[in-house]
Design a protein around this ligand. Structure first.
Ligand code: PGA
Ligand code: ZN
Length: 434
């Protein structure tokens, strides 16, 4: 009998760069059948306190303390040898082995960056050995719906050098027949926004932030929302009906714990005042979702927004839930979220990411598969979104190579599916849009 071609023959790792010029971990897995899988770990800037730990060397002489040579060595010395000879299709067994080698609850010994890149490279090697695309390998024949992209076209918070407290102002092109049509509308809106910003605020307003969105010198939330409404109309679309708005407040970043206030738009708002502000904004604008509206421990304030918004928006948890099943259960007990961000590097393995998605779906929680602000050419999340039939994907503006890499991969997937492809925007009705 011929040898099983899916066995893991070789695991290698090296240090490469992410979109901020920070070093990160790339892992290459090769199977006995010659299948190759290559994956790179992304990195966040507005990270949640409960995320799995990214290992950095901290040597000020190397990459200003940001090198990941220890994590790379961990793949070569410990993680690789632990999975060598295993069947690359046994993702759960492999992920368990990686978790065991690490031995900590937050993956701090081997590093979640080392573990995630290894875990994803294994899945890609298995798919490559089977000669099928990753989304087919992960999702099978039912995977044919392209996600609705949430495109971050104005950057603030820690992703930009301006005074906007809110981190992400997103457009959500939903009323389109296909993913490619939706993406085209998003690009047209982005281009019109660029013209508008240049005219209104001058040439420096079209500099872009970490995720490719513009970082104009605005001070107030409404300025950004008005600019997006204008850009959508200028592009020939109807705000709300065709293209909705969404926010990622990333509120932990502008929360002052000592005074229990949020610093936004030159004001200091108590949690109850911020709640009222969110409710006012969703009355005035076609905002379909707000991510991290309060800080990462504010389960009850999140729940108040879920209650008071009465299903008019998705209340999405990122830093509060961190792709962690235990945090999700806690959030659900409190009624804190109706949607969740899914970032594989927040938890550190593919199996745990899939379990998290399954649990969210079983509880009717909407999923947003998401990039990080520090990204690379790795396109795994595009495949993951289609594989699990996620309603949304969040992967930045339609600009900067590390962002367009994901959009381009989704276009390739749509092309490959041909007439079988469908668009989530056609299957799902967004709240608060007409
Ligand atoms: P991060 O930001 O990757 O810097 O954490 C993305 C987000 O908050 O959604
Ligand atoms: Zn977020």
């Amino acid at each position: 009998m011929a040898e099983n071609p899916f066995l893991i023959k070789n695991v290698d790792a090296l240090q490469v760069l992410d979109s901020r010029g920070d070093p990160t971990v790339e892992v290459i897995v090769v199977t006995t059948g010659g299948g190759v899988g290559r994956a790179i770990a992304p990195a966040g800037a507005s990270k949640g306190k409960y995320e799995a730990v990214e290992l950095r060397d901290g040597d000020p002489k190397k990459f200003c303390g940001r090198s990941v040579l220890k994590a790379v060595e961990n793949v070569k010395q410990f993680l690789g040898p632990a999975i060598q000879g295993l069947d690359s299709r046994k993702q759960r067994e492999i992920d368990r082995a990686l978790i065991e080698v690490d031995g900590t609850k937050n993956k701090s010994r081997m590093g979640a960056n080392a573990i995630l890149a290894t875990s994803l490279a294994v899945a890609k090697a298995a798919a490559n050995t089977a000669k099928i695309p990753l989304f087919v390998y992960l999702g099978g024949v039912r995977s044919r719906a392209l996600p609705i992209p949430m495109l971050n076209i104005i950057n603030g918070g820690v992703h930009a050098g301006n005074e906007l407290a809110i981190q992400e102002f997103l457009i959500v092109p939903h009323n389109f027949d296909s993913f490619s049509e939706a993406l085209r509308a998003a690009v047209e809106t982005y281009k019109n926004l660029k013209n508008y910003l240049k005219q209104r605020y001058g040439a420096s307003a079209i500099n872009v932030g970490d995720e490719g969105g513009f970082a104009p010198p605005m001070k107030r939330t409404e300025e950004a929302l008005e600019a997006m409404m204008k850009a959508i109309s200028m592009a020939g679309y109807e705000p709300g009906k065709d293209i909705a708005l969404a926010l990622d407040a990333a509120a932990t970043q502008f929360y002052d714990e000592e005074k229990d206030v949020y610093r936004i738009d030159g004001k200091e708002l108590k949690p109850a005042e911020l709640l009222r502000y969110w409710l006012e904004l969703i009355d005035r604008y076609p905002i379909a979702s707000i991510e991290d509206p309060f800080h990462e421990e504010a389960f009850d304030d999140f729940a108040a927004l879920v209650r008071e918004s009465k299903g008019r928006i998705f209340v999405i948890g990122d830093d509060i839930v961190v792709t962690n099943i235990e945090r999700l259960r806690k959030a659900l007990q409190h009624g804190s979220v109706t949607g969740v961000i899914v970032k594989p590097n927040q938890i550190g393995t593919l199996s745990e990411t899939l379990d998290f998605i399954d649990e969210a779906k079983a509880r009717s929680i909407v999923t947003v598969i998401s990039h990080r602000s520090g990204e690379t050419e790795d396109t795994t999340i595009a495949h993951l979104a289609v594989a699990v039939s996620s309603i949304f994907i969040k992967t930045g503006a339609p600009a900067r190579g590390e962002r367009t890499a994901k959009y381009n991969e989704l276009l390739r997937i749509e092309h490959l599916l041909g007439t079988e492809a469908t668009y989530m925007g056609k299957l799902v009705k967004l709240p608060n849009v007409s």
